[in-house]
Design a protein around this ligand. Sequence first.
Ligand SMILES: Nc1ncnc2c1ncn2[C@@H]1O[C@H](COP(=O)(O)OP(=O)(O)O)[C@@H](O)[C@H]1O
Ligand SMILES: [Mg+2]
Length: 229
Amino acid sequence: MTSPGVTEPGAGPGPLLAEGTTADLFLLDDDRVLRRYRERHDLSREVAIMRHLGAHGFPVPQVWAAEGLDLVMERVHGPTLLQGLVAEEITIPAGAQLLADLHHRLHAVPPPEGEEHAVVHLELHPGNVVLSETHGPVLLDWSHARTGPADLDVALTGVLIAEVAVDDDTEYTRGARAFLAAFLAAADGDPASQVDAALRIRDEDRSLVPGERALLAPAAELVRHFCSL
Ligand SMILES: Nc1ncnc2c1ncn2[C@@H]1O[C@H](COP(=O)(O)OP(=O)(O)O)[C@@H](O)[C@H]1O
Ligand SMILES: [Mg+2]
């Protein structure tokens, strides 16, 4: 069944790019990507935030259309920061600095009208950053974004990376640990003050499997440790 939306009814929207937790991503053509939510979903906050940030020069994909469960946006060409790190095309210190800079730039954007706090992304990890040749780093995946304290955004990124770092010892988890240390050293503010709140947000994530949930407490501990250095 096709959801009501901005693509032709009955027509396949295009090759599947990614299957997310709540939405599928399709490539419509060389310039456009469709994010199609699977369940009842209000797109208005996500779209308003993306447009607000774009208008202030923050690097987000341009929104072309939003209707029903469908969000059509600009396709950003390039590898994700995560792919760049794994391929060793970008070093851990450089990638960590890039992620800290994106936090800094995002939280410096004036709050949307009537809001006290700036926009926070709340999933600002290397898999959601595309290293575009034309626009520089672009931040994707605004489904969790809202307004809130900047320290919460940094703490949540810390916990997300730490969840990888505290898993079984491999080259990948050691890389995540080094990345986490470099990220927290480069980040602004007082993220330690928001680790408990970040942990609660992760704990409420319905997509977590029990094995992942068990990593949350050690992950939070690791973030607190690096914040105290
Ligand atoms: N605007 C876009 N341009 C290019 N690729 C995209 C775009 N949006 C998403 N993608 C690709 O799809 C993947 C998943 O998209 P994302 O928005 O992060 O959803 P989720 O993490 O919920 O699956 C991204 O990692 C990226 O590879
Ligand atoms: Mg994502």
